[in-house]
Design a protein. Structure first.
Lengths: 167, 506
């Protein structure tokens, strides 16, 4: 079975850990517990070609305002060798879009272009929603997701698995 | 650190191994674990057994390190509830993984990072709220500007409409006067006159409200009979009081005097106060007393209505405000406007009231009396050019002025006035300020260039004095407001032809 390293990339507090917990364990925890370092989880997704084992690197988030640069150094070391990227932004915090896109462009510049998707998370917070879909590059498929209610999560991860199976 | 002896190196290693926990895993090319060495026999991680294949999560580490010629370190990797630094030595063909337990360091740093991130998120939320607040403030500012513009437009509209109403009312009142002259035994012209005053008062109320107290109105003091005013008020409200079954009493003292103040404003105040008293009284009495003493006019309007609670007295003067369970008609402007007018006339208004007993409104207005009867109106001679775009007004004043012995030439536009002025000898020009094709003051200035010795009287339906001193100095004797008091008009025209210096009322 094909196995692919997929990195969850984005600013802190955007919900990367919650998305992985929802996708791998079908769980959600309302409390905010910041990630320091990385936790590696796996889940197999069915694709049209063959099942793919996603090895999900749930990494700590970057500081959107780059006051603390230490996480960025660790994040870059974790991203080495990634086969795919899941960029995560908080749809209620516009600055986090720039952070995710910045990490993506850095990776493509230093390594290679890999399959990637963008998740605009916390879509359940409709009143505070301030995500502008038009700022997204055409190359990135965008999903409005909610780790709270599971909106679009299966679809997004499976779509990335599909892209990875085709490589 | 520079090169140290083997003994020192071993010492450091032993000390390090006492304090820290390591697992060293040797792998072959198939990711099979060849050996597992632990610094602490009590510490192990599930799945790391000699002869087994490395778990997928750790194989992915090798992907990241496969091209590295130097050891690659992955800090703070969570493995089975431990946080470890994983050092990858070698490559996919033959690698050693050195797993270093850093759970304590991670725990401490995690606490700090958690606080830092929570603070940062709170700051972001605060900034977002501030931004939202700023946007809301800007929107509020814009809305307020729009509301102010709308209010100004509304005021302009009301003022414009009031102005439009004044001319026809002035016409009705003038013709009622003529009718009275022609039919001295009939009460009908007087009734028409009183109704016109009432209508004019309502229009003035609207105009006053449109001004919102921001503009100074001109006061036009005229001389009038206090008995006639009292009689008009009595006649105007008698039918209403009779319909409601109320006793209605109007008294005036001393009898037979004339007073001098702005009659229109005084009537406006009285109509507002008396109509209010009748509106809120279901049984008993409404009385109006006028007393003139020491150049002041004292007015007392008393009713046996439902009264006003002490705490509500101030509120009754707020515009569009009704106190208590009020189901009566009316805009709620009368008392507001009456108080404004009384203040402008230099007087004051006091209210005493008791719930279920009644109310008393007491007004004092400076108002000199004149004992002399109005003089006769001797016949005048001369030619007057009268310019107004209202044909009824033109006809009315043509009749009135011709009765005074004057020759009257009428023009309904600026253009016609210029033509007639050129073909006639007109030493006095009376013109409305707002004409269909121009402005009366500009017309007068133009005519004065042709004939510098002409005199002018400007008339307007607008309650606002809009003539400047500069204009006044160019030969315009006075500004009169519609409806024009015939006696005042006669006096001004007579003085103009006599060559008297004007007493400006600008």
């Amino acid at each position: 079975m094909k196995s692919a390293k997929v990195c969850m990339v984005g600013a802190f507090g955007v919900g990367k850990t919650s998305l992985v917990r929802r996708f791998v364990h079908q769980q959600f925890d309302e409390r905010y517990h910041t990630t320091l370092g990385v936790k590696i989880d796996t889940r197999i997704v069915d694709t049209s070609k063959e099942p793919v084992k996603l090895v999900l690197w749930d990494m700590e988030g970057a500081d959107p305002f780059e006051v603390d640069k230490r996480p960025l150094a660790r994040i870059r070391s974790y991203m080495k060798g990634a086969h795919g990227l899941i960029l995560v932004a908080d749809g209620t915090r516009p600055a986090t879009v720039k952070t995710a896109l910045g990490l993506y462009h850095d990776f493509c510049r230093e390594h290679r272009v890999v399959p990637a998707i963008m998740l605009a998370n916390k879509a359940d917070l409709t009143a505070e929603w301030r995500f502008d879909d038009s700022v997204m590059p055409d190359a990135l498929r965008l999903y409005h997701t909610s780790a709270l209610n599971g909106q679009n999560i299966e679809e997004a991860f499976t779509a990335l698995g599909e892209s990875l199976s085709a490589l | 650190m520079k090169r140290v002896s083997r003994r020192a190196a071993h010492y450091i290693r032993d000390e390090l191994l006492k304090r820290e926990r390591f697992i060293v895993i040797a792998l072959n090319s198939g990711h099979k674990i060849v050996s597992v060495n632990r610094s602490d026999p009590d510490w192990n991680l599930p799945g790391l057994i000699r002869g087994s294949v490395l778990p997928d999560s750790l194989v992915s580490l090798l992907d990241a390190a496969s091209d590295a010629s130097e050891p690659t370190v992955f800090p703070y990797v969570e493995l089975n509830d431990f946080f470890v630094d994983i050092h990858v030595l070698g490559d996919r063909e033959s690698a050693d993984l050195v797993i270093h337990d850093v759970s304590t360091d991670h725990h401490n740093e995690q606490i700090l990072q958690q606080r830092a991130h929570e603070n940062s998120l709170l700051s972001e939320q605060r900034a977002a709220l501030n931004s939202e607040l700023t946007e809301l403030n800007q929107e509020l500012f814009l809305r307020r500007r729009q509301a102010e513009k709308a209010s100004a437009a509304k005021s302009r509209f009301i003022a414009s409409m009031s102005h439009e109403f004044r001319s026809p009312i002035a016409s009705i009142m003038g013709y009622a006067d003529l009718l009275q002259t022609e039919l001295p035994d009939s009460n009908n012209p007087q009734a028409l006159q009183r109704a016109s005053w009432h209508l004019l008062t309502l229009v003035e109320n609207l105009l006053e409200q449109a001004r919102e107290g921001k503009e100074n109105i001109s006061l036009n003091p005229t001389r009038f009979s206090l008995d006639r005013l009292a009689g008009d008020i009595e006649a105007l409200f008698r039918p209403q009081s009779t319909t409601k079954g109320l006793a209605f009493e109007v008294k005036s003292s001393p009898v037979g005097i004339e007073v001098e103040c702005d009659e229109l404003r005084l009537r406006q105040i009285l109509i507002n106060l008396v109509s209010n008293a009748l509106r809120y009284t279901r049984q008993g009495l409404v009385s109006v007393h006028f007393i003139h003493r020491d150049d002041n006019l004292y007015i007392r309007v008393r009713d046996s209505g439902r009264g006003i609670a002490a705490g509500d007295i101030d509120r009754i003067f707020e515009a569009f405000t009704r106190v208590g369970e009020d189901t009566t008609s009316g805009a709620g402007l009368g008392l507001t406007i009456s108080r404004q007018l009384i203040n402008r006339m230099g007087g004051h208004l006091k209210v005493e009231s008791e719930p279920d007993v009644g109310s008393e409104f007491r007004v004092v207005i400076p108002c000199p009396s004149t004992q002399a009867k109005p003089g006769e109106m001797p016949s005048l001679s001369g030619t007057v050019l009268w310019v107004d775009d209202d044909p009824d007004i033109l006809s009315l004043y043509q009749v009135i002025l011709e009765n005074w012995g004057l020759r009257v030439i009428t023009a309904s536009s600026v253009a016609q006035a210029r033509d007639l002025f050129n073909s006639n000898d007109c030493p006095l020009v009376v013109t409305d300020i707002h004409l269909m094709d121009g402005n009366g003051v500009e017309l007068f200035s133009h005519l004065k260039v042709q004939r510098p010795d002409i005199m002018g009287i400007v008339i307007s339906g607008s309650g606002v004095v809009d003539l400047t001193e500069e204009v006044a100095g160019e030969g315009i004797r006075t500004f009169l407001q519609k409806p024009i008091d015939a006696e005042v008009l006669y006096k001004e025209i007579a003085a103009a032809f006599a060559g008297d210096q004007p007493e400006h009322t600008f």
